[in-house]
Design a protein around this ligand. Structure first.
Ligand code: HEM
Length: 393
């Protein structure tokens, strides 16, 4: 059978049988329609994530058809030693303590949004829950005011779109990146202009201040890093939240189990990250020709490390298609692996854990309307841009 991987497969209702076919038949697949290689087995994907010396993030970036202007400037698109330096600084500014301190705020907000949802009965999950929740938590972390964040979130969505623009027009993703950068530059100016009265507790300020070995992050790097955090934070959490909401509607017995015992919520979130990965894949490019499964993947090729497929690999997980909150093996790749492992992971776990605990507690039904739902259409992420949900009568 001839098979050509296409980038829109991620937005299909059930792409998983196709991934399975690839794992069994063409684990190192070259799609000539997209000019991209796709690795789909757990072992290959995990090894490539770990082996940064072979698999570069900076040659072609880490997103499919990445925007050249950002490659080499963000955490996700640099290799050591540049990555080591920037990640060291970001780690300092983004400690587990930062997340621990945010926990009460996350909890209170999750409860308020859940109460409001219960009162309404029917909500649109993204605009009623996910966007305001992210605005108040991620926005606040970087000192972006709530009302600006709500506006900004559409640029965050557009950032991942890969559309050819009509002749003479700028592509949507580039417009979004430029707008975000202008906005964040103004924010950085305001921070620096008020250096004497800088609020201590936002991450942009912390990054503008932090020094290591007498070196600071360049101001442009702070702006680009903040942009990466907002983009990576909003898009991945929104996709994770909506995938969890969707998975729960498909598995009523899990809804019942969680309603009876909310202590299963963290396991539910973890299994959701495996079962329907929000970040379905990231790109790497080999620094030299690599021979894999009898194919030569040429130096500098664009290679998609397929997390969505690796997380369903039967060579790694028992009954991989079953959503099982009691699963023993939770070594999924939903947050990546190796030096680029998600720096926002503690927050990316804390937010859905608190949100779903509160929402489940407040709800007495869980029904989604797939007819009027709208799936995300980007080549890296899977989730929903619109997802109507009924949580009560
Ligand atoms: C819960 C949902 C999340 C998922 C599924 C997720 C997934 C991932 C994955 C798979 C990577 C690896 C990318 C690569 O190897 O090229 C990554 C990296 C990253 N994530 Fe997350 N993430 C989530 C939440 C967050 C949050 C909340 C933030 C920030 C506030 C964040 C910021 C980042 C950054 C900056 C990187 C790049 C790290 C580096 O290259 O060293 N993520 N994320």
């Amino acid at each position: 059978m001839a098979f050509n991987y296409t980038l829109d497969i991620i937005a299909e209702k059930d792409p998983y049988p196709a991934y399975r076919w690839l794992r069994d038949n063409q684990p190192a697949h070259y799609s000539d329609v997209e000019d991209i290689w796709v690795l789909t087995r757990y072992e290959d994907v995990a090894n490539a994530f770990r082996d940064w010396k072979t698999w570069s993030s900076t040659r072609r970036g880490n997103l499919v058809n990445d925007i050249p202007d950002r490659v080499g400037k963000t955490l996700g698109t640099t290799d050591p030693p540049q990555h080591t330096f920037a990640r060291g600084l970001v780690n300092k500014a983004f400690t587990p303590r930062t997340v621990a301190e945010l926990q009460p705020r996350i909890g209170a907000l999750a409860e308020k949004l859940s109460r409001d949802a219960r009162e309404k009965g029917e909500i649109e999950f993204v605009s009623d829950i996910s966007a305001p929740f992210n605005a108040a938590i991620l926005g606040a972390m970087f000192g972006v005011p709530d009302e600006d964040f709500i506006e900004l979130r559409h640029w965050l969505d557009d950032f991942f779109v890969r559309e050819e623009a009509p002749e003479g027009e700028t592509p949507r993703q580039v417009v979004a990146m430029n707008r975000l950068r202008d906005y964040l530059n103004e924010l950085a100016d305001a921070r620096l202009a008020n250096a004497a009265s800088l609020p201590e507790d936002d991450l942009m300020t912390a990054m503008l201040r932090t020094e290591e070995d007498g070196r600071r992050l360049e101001r442009e790097q702070v702006v680009v890093t903040t942009m990466t955090f907002l983009v990576a934070g909003f898009e991945s959490t929104n996709n994770l939240f909506t995938n969890l909401t969707h998975a729960l509607a498909l598995h009523p017995h899990i809804y019942d189990l969680l309603k009876q015992d909310l202590s299963f919520v963290p396991a539910f979130v973890e299994e959701g990250m495996r079962w329907d990965a929000a970040a379905q894949g990231f790109v790497r490019s080999p620094n030299h020709d690599v021979v894999l499964h009898d194919h030569v993947i040429p130096e500098n090729a664009q290679v998609l490390l397929h997390i969505g497929s690796a997380n369903r690999d039967e060579r790694q997980f028992d009954r991989p298609d079953t959503f099982d909150v009691a699963r023993d093996n939770t070594r999924h790749l939903g947050l990546g692996r190796g030096i680029h492992f998600c720096v926002g992971a503690p927050l990316g776990r804390a937010m859905p854990q608190q949100l779903f605990t509160a929402l489940l507690d407040a709800s007495d039904t869980w029904e989604i309307d797939l007819e009027s739902a709208e799936r995300v259409t980007t080549p890296n992420f899977r989730g929903f841009w619109r997802l109507p949900l009924r949580v009560g009568n």
